[in-house]
Design a binder for this molecule. Structure first.
Ligand code: MN
Ligand code: MN
Length: 321
């Protein structure tokens, strides 16, 4: 397949030059005609501690200029297998949480409605809730969730239901997620209450703590994760704080003892065979970053996800013909 959506040739325009788009792809105004839409959600209205993830998409775009055309392990050429472009940022409202959630849902729903898969750069993790509202309108989805935190808390500061610590409780309550097809990988750090994860477990969510990941290794963990997600539609959400803060310091809620970037890449490469309907990389907060390390990690994880999703697009096309 040939398509017109190609990165700017680095032999013609060096990678540090020109306006930044995701992966140096064309900037387009709609997802019509795309297989995969790269999109930003510059919003951190759900952040409870260190704000700044609203600046994530712009810095991830900048660092994504370092991505090249071919995956060095799988040989995947994502821009040959799929029509991919940068559709810009969804509309957000930085000072009104409920309106922000509504705008994000509409922005992602427009991509889904155009027949493209969203690959999203957040934003804080609350942005995943409206993204799920957009991709799970017709049926609940499963989810493979990389994070230091379960993000299944209930309320905050009294009766507030929406923070980046609550999206997956709300998503289960709203029927967007099938709890028995949800797996959380890399969970760690101190918690507020000994029973903090009981609700999630009662919904059927499988929590694989960091210590278990270390004991078993990432291949074994991913085999289990894929079995849990099964063959049904599945969302992949990657909170950058699953990576150790020594390698990804620019994030809202850092937790020691995390994955290396190499382990994170290895896990994403093992997503082959998962029926992905959308994915995001969230919680990159450039104001707390050092030397753009975290934005580079975010861009690199997006490239890993893009390669898996492009192969999926190619397989689905092959099955359809
Ligand atoms: Mn999170
Ligand atoms: Mn987190």
């Amino acid at each position: 397949m040939t398509n017109t959506f190609q990165p700017i040739d680095a032999a013609q325009v060096p990678r540090f030059a020109g306006p930044a788009t995701f992966m140096r792809l064309p900037a387009v105004t709609s997802a019509e005609g795309l297989d995969i839409a790269l999109v930003g959600i510059p919003w951190d209205g759900g952040t409870t501690n260190r704000a700044g993830a609203r600046h994530g998409p712009r810095e991830i775009r900048s660092q994504s200029s370092l991505m090249r055309r071919v995956h060095h392990v799988s040989g995947t050429e994502p821009f040959s297998l799929a029509r991919v472009a940068d559709v810009g940022d969804v509309s957000v409202n930085p000072i009104n949480l409920l309106d922000g959630l509504k705008r994000i849902e509409e922005g992602i729903a427009a991509i889904v409605g155009a027949g493209a898969m969203p690959l999203i750069a957040g934003g804080d993790h609350l942005t995943t809730l409206p993204s799920l509202r957009a991709v799970a309108r017709k049926r609940p989805v499963g989810m493979i969730h990389f994070d230091a935190h379960s993000d299944t808390n209930d309320k905050y500061f009294g009766d507030n239901p929406y923070t980046h610590g609550t999206p997956f409780r709300r998503a289960i309550e709203e029927g967007l997620l099938d709890g028995k097809r949800v797996v959380q990988i890399g969970i760690r750090g101190s918690i507020y209450d000994p029973g903090e994860h009981d609700w999630a477990r009662a919904q059927g969510i499988r929590i694989i703590y960091m210590e278990e990941c270390v004991r078993r290794g990432v291949e074994d963990v991913m085999a289990e994760a894929k079995a849990i997600a099964g063959s049904g539609p599945t969302y992949v959400t990657f909170d950058i704080d699953c990576i150790d803060p020594s390698m990804a310091p620019g994030t809202g809620t850092p937790e020691l003892g995390g994955f290396t970037t190499r382990e994170a890449q290895a896990m994403l490469r093992l997503l082959d065979g998962v029926n992905i309907v959308g994915a995001d990389v969230v919680e990159v907060a450039p104001p707390f970053d050092l030397g753009n390390l975290t934005s580079l990690a975010g861009a690199t994880m997006m490239f890993e996800l893009l390669c898996v999703m492009a192969r999926l697009v190619s397989e689905r096309r092959g099955n359809a013909s």
